[in-house]
Design a protein around this ligand. Sequence first.
Ligand code: AMP
Ligand code: ZN
Length: 114
Amino acid sequence: MEDCVFCKIIKGEIPSNKVYEDEEILAFKDINPAAPIHILVIPKKHIASLVDMKEGDEILISKIYTVINKIAQDIGIDKKGFRVIVNCGEDGGQEVAHLHFHLLAGKKLGEKIV
Ligand code: AMP
Ligand code: ZN
């Protein structure tokens, strides 16, 4: 997708601080972290948001959770814990229209999610 900032990151047109990469998935540090550890995990396939998932994408999404698990173990937050958030659409506060999973950790996170 031409005007998508995350597609540009995937193509290397915009720099990013990569944490994990394979053929289908990329993870990089959020440019404006909301917690000491704030990583975005994204499919390389442009899916605009959760509601734009197509048949078969559930395999990719489940792989994203496997990657989140792997990253959590690699950076040592698996024991203390973390939070995964997906914002969807306007009311969900989604600003970048490329499906992404926020991985937040590194401190005791707030109890509320709204
Ligand atoms: P959301 O509000 O769920 O769409 O989250 C978008 C996230 O992308 C925000 O946390 C931004 O800080 C982050 N973000 C936007 N541009 C970049 C970028 N070039 N590199 C890393 N993170 C970014
Ligand atoms: Zn995109």
